[in-house]
Design a protein around this ligand. Structure first.
Ligand SMILES: Nc1ncnc2c1ncn2[C@@H]1O[C@H](COP(=O)(O)OP(=O)(O)OP(=O)(O)O)[C@@H](O)[C@H]1O
Length: 672
């Protein structure tokens, strides 16, 4: 299923996730432009202040020399700034309007104060106001951007999870759970890292870059040229490092998926590990995988940490060149001190976008490595889809037919060959046969977990391929060999099939499943949390919860897969009674290795190597003298024969009898 992706295509596809939020994108872009413009201005104010102070200084020095030669009014005029002694040359672009404004303020409101002081206070206030504006914009910008980023992650994660849920079972059989989780959790995050953060920063940076170049060119084109000359070296350096980082990052993602899979596997199988005292080996295995992760992380960090000083070295070289040439120009009177001073912050601001540009490239490439894994999952076809003209299956009676059904997993060999079975409503059909004969596979075809490769299955005359999956599965319930319960309350687990069930419904279902009594002994009764996969319950208790769940679902068709294979005789009796109630009036397909549990089946189908070799009633099959008889005798010899007892006798025979419940009575009480 591996597919080749192209970075550009992947990126364009990623950008499409922004489509529903285009208004927000425009707002973010506008804020980016404004913030880029505003960010440049405070530095200019700094430069103007330096020039003003310097000019005042020179002016004062000159006054000391000439005070005695000037009349008092002339001195006042000088200090008031009405008639500047030195002719001002505005090398900084915003200097002229700002100084005019400060002159106006001084002349109209603060004439008695020193002109330079008024100008400095005015410039400092301007500096503060611009910073405040810049901070407000950054705040709004950051708020909207991060919200949008998380929104995209939310959307994509929903989409991926929804898609993965509809995958054929084979996908989950062939892929590690930890890896699937890693795609849903870690890789999806890359959407934010690939689009929102870098793209927005990139756009803002580009605006800033050209805006600063424009200013710097106006200030001094020669110094600007030095800065621009250094830029390609920075790009080259970060690009080559980035390429290596990206390659390592791709392996890191895979290794993280492997590590997740190992953790998931080991935590689920912790009892097996403890049971076989394999903790030390498992720790070693974990250490090995963890070391691979650690090693790749370290390699990435090493590269990143080398990159930073390398870039710094290049930028510092540029700065030194600017200091030499700039200093020379100041001494020559070709450049004001203020301009020289502000050139350095601008220099940093100019290099910022250049390193940012390559960082952007690296970030995007790294994120694309993750995104490709997400798209790979999203592009995996949902094999079992509703037919285009599929109709909902109406409420059925439960007449089931398998007609010439063949099936194979993959393309290796047929697991089921020419299966023909007919089940009338309310009948119990039992599948018997040696291990690996295809019993479980046969029951998986009914809810369409897999489709036959040949032949068809009908329910009440409807071909199950032509009805919607949802309506088909709604009419069935399964009690499987491995009972799966959610880490939630007993109540939630029982009501899983019918979320609208009342407490009364749940309780009646539990009583019918012989589960009520043990539930009441749990610390919080029906509201007790049963742990992951129901670890706080015994095998028999879990099965009874599963039966209660099936009873509450009230399906027309039931699939029972060796529901009593792992419990003691006493519990089996309880479970058997629960099952008898459950299967009454439903078409039931049951797989049981203990043949004693299916002696009363309406039809016993005997499978061998995926073929039906015998079918009929228990007595007929015994008389046949075939495989069934052989299996039956083998069991008779090796295990105690367990006869199903009528419900009325059950309670008396047991050490800890549970109340026997009449299902008909229950049915009348419950509003089903
Ligand atoms: N997901 C799968 N992918 C590939 N082969 C499979 C898969 N599941 C089962 N098989 C193979 O299909 C054959 C039938 O398996 P199935 O589980 O249906 O047998 P079974 O009769 O239910 O066995 P048992 O009684 O031991 O549970 C076996 O050879 C098995 O190895």
């Amino acid at each position: 299923m591996k597919k080749e992706f192209h970075s550009k295509g992947t990126y364009v596809r990623l950008l499409c996730y922004l489509k529903p939020y285009w208004r927000r994108v425009i707002v973010i872009l506008l804020l980016s432009i404004i913030s880029a413009f505003v960010a440049v201005l405070p530095i200019q104010i700094l430069g103007i202040a330096v020039d003003e102070i310097r000019m005042a200084d020179r002016h004062a020095n000159r006054n000391v020399e000439t005070t005695h030669a000037l009349s008092l009014p002339a001195q006042k005029a000088n200090m008031s700034g009405d008639e500047p002694v030195l002719k001002k040359k505005y090398s900084i672009p915003v200097a002229k309007p700002l100084l005019k404004m400060s002159g106006y303020i001084h002349n109209h409101w603060f004439l008695e104060y020193n002109y330079i002081m008024v100008t400095l206070v005015f410039l400092a206030s301007g500096f503060l106001v611009l910073h405040a504006i810049s901070s407000c914009i950054s705040l709004a910008h950051g708020y909207i951007t991060s919200e949008l980023g998380q929104r995209l992650v939310y959307d994509m994660r929903n989409q991926l999870y929804g898609h993965i849920q509809r995958f054929p079972l084979s996908y989950f059989e062939n892929n590690k759970t930890g890896d699937i989780m890693s795609r849903i959790m870690n890789d999806v995050n890359s959407l934010e890292q690939a689009i929102v953060g870098p793209v927005i920063t990139f756009i803002t940076d580009m605006f800033k870059f050209f805006w600063i170049i424009y200013f710097c060119m106006k200030l001094d084109w020669q110094l600007t040229s030095i800065v621009l000359f250094v830029c390609p070296f920075i790009s080259l350096c970060t690009y080559s490092f980035g390429k290596r980082i990206r390659r390592i990052f791709r392996s890191l993602r895979e290794k993280t998926g492997d590590l997740n899979a190992l953790i998931q596997d080991n935590i689920s199988g912790i009892r097996v590990i403890a049971g076989f005292a394999k903790e030390t080996e498992e720790l070693e295995r974990f250490k090995h995988k963890n070391y691979e992760n650690y090693f790749l992380h370290v390699r990435i960090l090493r590269l990143v940490n080398t990159l930073r000083p390398a870039v710094d070295l290049i930028t510092e070289t540029g700065a030194v060149a600017v200091i030499c040439l700039g200093g020379y120009k100041v001494l020559q009177g070709q450049l004001s001190a203020g301009t020289f001073v502000i050139f350095f912050p601008y220099l940093q601001m100019m290099y910022g976008p250049i390193t940012g540009l390559t960082r952007f490239y690296n970030q995007v490439q790294r994120a694309i490595a993750s995104t490709e894994r997400v798209f790979e999952a999203l592009d995996t076809p949902v094999e079992l889809q509703d037919a285009p003209d599929a109709l909902p299956l109406p409420v059925v009676q439960g007449f089931v037919e398998f007609k010439h059904v063949h099936f194979m997993y993959g393309k290796d060999k047929e697991v089921l060959t020419d299966i023909n079975i007919t089940a009338c409503p309310g009948q119990m059909i039992a599948f018997v046969g040696p291990s690996g004969s295809g019993k479980t596979t046969l029951t998986k075809l009914l809810p369409r977990f897999y489709d036959p490769v040949k032949g068809d299955i009908f329910i009440d005359g409807y071909n199950i391929k032509n009805v919607t999956l949802h309506s088909l599965r709604k009419q069935m319930a399964m009690v499987l060999q491995e009972t799966f319960l959610f880490n939630d309350t007993v109540r939630t687990n029982i009501a899983y099939a019918r979320s609208d069930a009342s407490d009364k419904d749940v309780e009646y279902a539990a009583k019918a499943a012989n589960a009520h009594d043990f539930i009441m002994q749990l610390p919080n009764g029906y509201y007790s949390i049963i742990g992951e996969r129901g670890v706080k319950l015994s095998g028999g208790q879990k099965q009874r919860i599963a039966i209660a769940r099936a009873i509450l679902a009230n399906p027309r068709i039931l699939i029972l897969d060796e529901a009593t294979s792992s419990v003691d005789t006493e519990t089996e009796q309880l479970i058997q009674n629960a099952i008898y109630r459950l299967i009454k009036n439903r078409t039931t397909f049951i797989i049981a290795h203990r043949l004693s549990t299916i002696l009363h089946a309406d039809r016993i189908v005997v499978l061998e190597n995926g073929r039906i070799v015998e079918a009929g009633l228990h007595q007929e099959l015994l008389a046949n003298n075939g495989l069934y008889k052989k299996l039956f005798e083998m069991q008779f010899d090796t295990q105690e024969k367990i006869k199903p007892k009528p419900e009325t006798e059950t309670g008396e025979d047991m050490k800890n009898p549970e109340p026997v419940i009449d299902i008909e009575e229950l049915r009348q009480t419950m509003e089903w």
